[in-house]
Design a protein around this ligand. Structure first.
Ligand SMILES: *[C@@H]1O[C@H](CO)[C@@H](O)[C@H](O)[C@H]1NC(C)=O
Ligand SMILES: *[C@@H]1O[C@H](CO)[C@@H](O)[C@H](O)[C@H]1NC(C)=O
Ligand SMILES: *[C@@H]1O[C@H](CO)[C@@H](O)[C@H](O)[C@H]1NC(C)=O
Ligand SMILES: *[C@@H]1O[C@H](CO)[C@@H](O)[C@H](O)[C@H]1NC(C)=O
Ligand SMILES: *[C@@H]1O[C@H](CO)[C@@H](O)[C@H](O)[C@H]1NC(C)=O
Ligand SMILES: *[C@@H]1O[C@H](CO)[C@@H](O)[C@H](O)[C@H]1NC(C)=O
Length: 296
């Protein structure tokens, strides 16, 4: 998880002054140590490439036909994070340096696991995100298909308005409340894929977490942007309603999650809980300016 978050921060930061004009007028807080990036563009791209090399050398199992990371094979999301960094690097540098690598990695993962399913929801959806980065970088519609397949996995574990009406999530042996204090749980994405063999049928987790919900939110918004398919826009909007009703704390923080059986509070609020929602909001806002964006 730390890996995912770090990578999400590092590569965009490297290119921050190369990308589109920033719309923020805020000066960085005075306690930031070195807020100005002075390194040249080529120095920054070289740094990013150097950061990839140890991953190629040490983490990717070069002898296997399939993409697997040597240190931690059960962490299914890690290669997805690396794939997305490679594609994003090519996109930001307007190159196709890693195109074949990204394609062969994606093929090997999709071959084993066509819907990019993991035991949890919050990190495997990185494959959908990676596919969208690859689609932006290389324009191959195959990546749109991968992103849609990953989205299906997220959708399967996201509560619909029908589920709330029925009072039950498919396969769950507990009751979904008809409403929480404000609104309902429709649009929330579960933390665990309880059907995964990893849990050996023992888990009955009711937990809906911000990172799973937010990952599905970002992917829905990116797919809405790329395809204009209303299904994805509806999904993004339902998630947004859920987040605003159930996860906002009232002090600009996003709760880590909520219990699906009783609307009970989840754990500590981590900064990434808010960060991923901000990313989804930014994509949605580029689609159709949210009228009340200042309140979101
Ligand atoms: C790398 O892949 C090869 C071939 O599948 C396998 O025999 C080997 O155990 C793997 N190494 C590690 C460290 O996972
Ligand atoms: C990206 O590269 C292509 C091919 O080299 C070139 O035609 C295009 O103008 C470049 N685009 C940008 C935004 O630099
Ligand atoms: C999980 O398994 C149950 C029982 O087989 C099934 O009813 C349910 O649809 C499955 N859920 C998902 C999302 O695959
Ligand atoms: C749900 O199923 C689990 C596992 O079979 C069981 O331990 C639990 O008691 C059940 N919960 C309810 C509310 O029936
Ligand atoms: C299922 O959930 C119920 C209610 O939270 C809990 O008492 C029970 O221990 C859980 N069962 C398993 C197998 O996790
Ligand atoms: C829109 O996306 C949904 C979900 O992936 C899919 O089932 C449907 O076929 C798509 N519609 C069109 C017109 O492509």
């Amino acid at each position: 998880m730390t890996w995912v978050i770090l990578c999400k921060v590092i590569v965009p930061a490297l290119f921050v002054s190369h990308g589109a004009a920033q719309s923020f007028n805020n000066a960085p807080p005075t306690f930031w140590r070195k807020p100005t990036i002075t390194a040249s563009y080529s120095t920054r791209t070289d740094s990013a490439k150097k950061a990839f090399q140890p991953i190629f050398d040490n983490l990717v199992n070069q002898t296997a036909d399939s993409l697997e990371f040597k240190d931690n094979p059960p962490e299914f999301s890690m290669p997805g994070t690396f794939i997305y960094e490679l594609a994003l690097f090519d996109f930001l540098t307007n190159q196709t340096q890693y195109r074949d690598t990204v394609q062969s990695y994606f093929e090997s993962v999709a071959n084993d696991n066509p819907y990019f399913e993991g035991a949890y929801l919050d990190t495997p959806l990185i494959y959908g995100y990676a596919a969208m980065q690859a689609y932006h970088a290389y324009g191959d519609p195959l990546y749109l298909q991968y992103a849609q397949d990953s989205w299906e996995f997220g959708s399967d574990w996201t509560i619909t308005t029908d589920d709330v009406t029925n009072g039950r999530f498919p396969g769950a042996n507990w009751t979904l409340p008809p409403h929480c204090t404000v609104g309902s749980l429709a649009g929330g994405t579960f933390y665990e894929n309880v059907n995964n063999s990893f849990f050996e049928g023992q888990s009955n987790s009711t937990y809906i977490n911000a990172l799973a919900t937010g990952s599905f939110f970002v992917l829905s918004a990116l797919l809405a942007e790329a395809t204009s398919n209303q299904t994805y826009m509806n999904a993004a909007e339902l998630t947004l309603t859920f987040v605003e009703n159930e996860l906002l704390t009232g002090s600009d923080a996003v709760k880590d999650g909520i219990n699906g059986n009783d609307c009970g509070n989840g754990g500590f609020n981590y900064p990434y809980d808010a960060g991923i929602m901000i990313e989804g909001l930014a994509v949605m806002n580029s689609l159709q300016a949210l009228q009340d964006i200042n309140t979101h």
